[in-house]
Design a protein around this ligand. Structure first.
Ligand code: NFS
Length: 660
């Protein structure tokens, strides 16, 4: 990878260069100018009180350095890390809370513009939550489901409800190590308490609470957000879409939905097709209304409606710099405040829509569940009104790539046997036989500190070449999509022979786009279903699977990594380690978490080493499960040390799967 090239995406690089020539600064130049503070970067800066900030550096810092209060480097690094988990969990979970209240308002008729789209999913969720659904009005069931979810946020004792969706053995580990979360808000609150000055100082004890909080994110906030979004707007099935800046149209109103909360974006999708709205656009000289997405709101509407995406995190400024965006709505999370100022150099109107998030320089139209359709129409009209203000300046129409998205857990099950016989058996069999070497979750942000999207692309191509099936989410999916990797052809051209055979037989791409970042919860349910299916590991830990966030930047990514670790998945993050300063904290996260949960958490900046480490974990897991050693090009081999009788025993012991 050429370090001088700022992004590995050709279209993005073109716009960055145009920006440089026109003295328009982006995150790429700012990342070059503003080097990270090495003390904060490695976790050695403590600023939890006003005696500091204390910088714990110097020779033998681990043994000798103390803050004014006496806090050691391991305490400080662990505290900083736990605070990142708490912030990430708060972000996902507050989004989930908003969705729960939207579901409640839809069920009670207060949010009259929303209805339950996927009744089947509602019933399945009600079943898991022990809510009676047969013979009851749909809205009554939805109300009970919403209220039950809302309880999970404020629960003071007991456990969050969805923990029971994990394999029994995984649950037992959580009990044994005391990490089963109580209420989501309670764990976040306690994380902030414990990490404030003078409370919890023992690194392992602190980090254990970090995992407890993270589990409240994965099996709470993220899973609740995914399920409610499916209930309200439909469980995704494969859908064709497009990606990159070429999705913008010269002769139509371009409206971009950016952020994470899907409710308003869904309403905009709904309203944009109204003849009245189209006529309004035409009255302003446009041929129609063209919707596009950015970041995770893009993933939400791509998965359910095939709305095209302009890309991930680092593409948001560049989208405006195309000069083709008439309105960009932003709700919350991963919104660069820079876009408000930048938009003034073009004709674009940036509109903040959440009551929680405003930006100096942006317009604010506050979203309200009770007036969703009206607000969506207002925003679309504004975009139409702005269309005639478009200048030629900055206009970049680039290529676009086809994308197949929409791989929900339910669809992956369905595609392996149909509606009545759907299961994870074929996938487990393919892994056992060695056609598929293992599974990698490729997720997380793209980042201007590295050659943006480049590490995603490198790992995606190398992993599938090595017969590793990839499930992707968030900006990982956007990076793959804007490179043209999310198509079945990718398997034909680039996948190893075993993986290619499986992809061809089922008709899927080798990289399955599972949705937004909160939809990493779909990976948890897939892994649980694979464990229940039998033949591989009987818990999430020990599966030939790894999670990688090669270009992470958000605290949300840290929360996700930590909940996968605690659930039993080895995790590899790119970039410098935020706990680098403490060997003790690094040891706990890699060695101790591996012993307790089978989920070590690594930071590894070198992409080649990331790949090697991921394959090493997969091969070790295969060996421990006594599956045949993976050999490139040789698939379909029998397993060693385990005959058919032994395999039948495992299958008999496997419980009927409890997922959806
Ligand atoms: Ni995830 Fe989605 Fe992207 Fe990273 Fe931000 S948009 S929630 S945090 S940058 S993947």
């Amino acid at each position: 990878m050429d370090k001088h090239i700022k992004t590995a995406d050709v279209a993005s690089e073109k716009i960055v260069e145009w920006g440089e020539a026109h003295k328009i600064e982006t995150c790429f130049e700012r990342a070059e100018k503003l080097k990270p503070c090495p003390i904060g970067l490695s976790g050695a800066c403590c600023k939890v009180c006003h005696m500091g900030p204390c910088r714990l550096v110097g020779k033998n810092a681990e043994e000798e350095a103390r803050g004014v209060c006496g806090a050691t480097l391991p305490t400080v690094a662990a505290r900083n890390f736990v605070r990142m988990i708490a912030a990430g969990t708060a972000a996902h979970s507050d989004h989930a809370r908003d969705m729960a209240f939207t579901l409640l308002a839809a069920a009670t008729g207060e949010a009259k513009d929303f209805k339950i789209t996927d009744v089947r999913k509602l019933y399945r969720v009600a079943g898991i939550l022990d809510i009676e659904f047969e013979g009851r009005p749909v809205d009554d069931v939805a109300k009970d489901v919403a209220l039950k979810f809302i309880e999970d946020f404020g629960r003071q004792k007991g456990e969050i409800t969805y923990l029971k969706r994990a394999p029994k053995k995984t649950q037992e580990r959580w009990k044994k190590w005391g990490v089963a979360p109580r209420g989501i808000d309670r764990e976040i609150c306690e994380a902030m308490h414990r990490t404030s000055v003078g409370v919890d100082h023992e690194p392992d004890h602190l980090l254990t609470h970090g995992l407890r909080t993270a589990l409240a994110d994965g099996w709470g906030g993220c899973m609740i957000a995914t399920d409610i979004t499916d209930i309200l707007f439909g469980t995704p099935v494969p859908v064709k879409a497009e990606a990159s800046f070429g999705i913008f149209k010269d002769d139509e109103v371009n409206l971009v939905v950016h952020g994470h909360e899907p409710a308003l974006a869904e309403m905009i999708v709904d309203v944009a097709g109204e003849p009245e709205m189209i006529a309004y656009a035409q009255s302003k000289g446009a041929k129609g209304i063209n919707l596009g997405g950015m970041c995770c709101t893009a993933n939400e509407v791509l998965m359910r409606h095939g709305i095209p995406t302009a890309g991930g995190f680092t593409n948001q400024e560049l989208g405006i710099m195309t000069g083709l965006v008439d309105v960009m709505t932003v709700d919350y999370q991963c919104i660069m405040p820079a876009i408000a100022e930048l938009s003034k150099k073009f004709h674009t109107k940036v509109i903040t829509t959440s009551e929680k998030a405003k930006m100096p320089g942006a317009m604010h139209i506050e979203y309200d569940d009770h007036r969703a359709r009206e607000i969506a129409r207002e925003i679309i009209k504004l975009a139409c009104d702005n269309f005639p203000n478009r200048k030629k300046e900055g206009s970049h129409i680039t290529d676009k790539f086809p994308v197949i998205g929409g791989f929900s857990h339910e669809y992956i099950e369905y595609m392996q046997g149909g509606r009545w016989r759907g299961s994870f058996r074929p996938l487990n069999d393919a892994i056992m036989a060695g056609r598929i070497r293992g599974v990698v979750g490729l997720a997380g942000c793209d980042n201007p500190r590295v050659q943006s999207t480049g590490i995603h692309k490198y790992l995606a191509t190398e992993l599938i070449k090595n017969d590793v099936l990839i499930v992707s989410t968030g900006c990982g999916s956007a990076a793959c999509g804007t490179a043209g990797y999310l198509t079945p052809e990718m398997a034909l051209e680039n996948a190893g022979p075993g993986l290619r055979e499986v992809c061809e037989a089922i008709g899927i791409p080798p990289i399955l786009h599972l949705g937004a970042c909160v939809d990493n919860s779909r990976i948890l349910t897939i892994l649980s279903a694979m464990a229940e299916e039998g033949g591989l590991s009987d818990e999430i830990g020990g599966m030939p699977g790894v999670g990688i966030a090669p270009e992470w930047m958000s605290e949300k990514a840290i929360a996700i990594g930590a909940y996968f670790s605690a659930s039993g998945v080895p995790i590899i993050f790119g970039g410098e380690s935020p706990v680098e300063a403490s060997q003790e904290v690094t040891r706990i996260m890699t060695e101790v978490w591996n012993e307790r949960f089978k989920g070590p958490f690594h930071f590894e900046p070198d992409p080649e080493k990331m790949l090697a480490l991921a394959l090493e974990y997969i091969d070790k897991a295969r060996a421990a499960l006594k599956l045949k050693k993976y050999e490139p090009g040789k698939f379909g081999a029998e397993r060693v040390l385990m005959d058919m009788a032994a395999r039948r025993e495992i299958e008999k012991a496997a419980k009927p799967h409890i997922g959806l």
